[in-house]
Write a protein that binds this ligand. Sequence first.
Ligand SMILES: C[S@@+](CC[C@H](N)C(=O)[O-])C[C@H]1O[C@@H](n2cnc3c(N)ncnc32)[C@H](O)[C@@H]1O
Length: 312
Amino acid sequence: MAHVPVLLAEIVTQLQPVDDALYVDATFGRGGVAKALLEAAGCRVIAIDRDPAAHPAAASLAEQFASRFQFVQARFGGMDKVLASLDVEHVDGGIIFDLGVSSPQLDDAGRGFSFRRDGPLDMRMGGCGQSAADIVNATDESALAEILRTFGEERHSRRIARAIVADRPFARTVELADVVRSAVPGRQETIDPATRTFQALRIAVNDELGELRAALHSAEQLLIEGAILAVVAFHSLEDRLVKRFMVERSNRAPRAHRHVPPAGTPFEPTFRLSRTRAIRPGQAELHRNPRARSARLRAAVRTAAPVNTAVA
Ligand SMILES: C[S@@+](CC[C@H](N)C(=O)[O-])C[C@H]1O[C@@H](n2cnc3c(N)ncnc32)[C@H](O)[C@@H]1O
């Protein structure tokens, strides 16, 4: 199945592609965003994705846009090194992150992302490192509960972890989903009770929050004055991280009281927020693409201020 990018028109509007500028699409997927940027202006795009399955779509864009497009299979957490290896020190157009999994990843039962399709309990976007089965079968009960609580915001984390440990080992997605469902009390929820456990495992397997943190710092280093940072997040943990980063870097962190200066050493803002609130999909898009439901786009413009290395 193809991937329909969410908030595509809004992403292009925020990035305002211009001729000859360089844009980095840090989450290439099937290339919907990269293609829209390349079509909107005579710009250059360097695309990154950790998933080897992105190669065919990348090859097709390389054929269509020749030297204006380049793809690198890599983690965006190491984006600074990826760009350095291409002799790129600065990005003058913008960097876009369209986070999460793509529809083809979710729809391919063999990848193990979906609790609705039977497949191996894998969930590795890049095909290497620990799989979801490795984590589920080897992590002790309290650490497993902590993963479910932190990355899935799961209220019943301890109860689910207990049930998993009692029934493991697990090899298949549906086996795990069934145990999670039977461990969760009541069934009045609107979402499948396995949703949060699968989200938590996916985040842990792919170190999604660590990757995002590293990438936001790299983006701050790489972007030059006037270039845009844009991020589409699909769950609140990622969106909170992005929002906090942008608010802090634009010096807009809330004060305890309006007469009290903000805590810590004041620093020159490295970003200016394009707008304070996230951009959400409109009714028409929600109707066309239910996957857009939880999407939030945030954007900020890099200022000329140097990166403050004292800020984490
Ligand atoms: C929502 S999809 C992006 C879809 C894309 N914008 C399109 O138009 O097809 C997210 C993509 O980001 C990739 N991804 C997620 N985390 C990554 C990371 N840390 N480094 C590189 N790619 C990552 C996934 O493999 C997936 O292909």
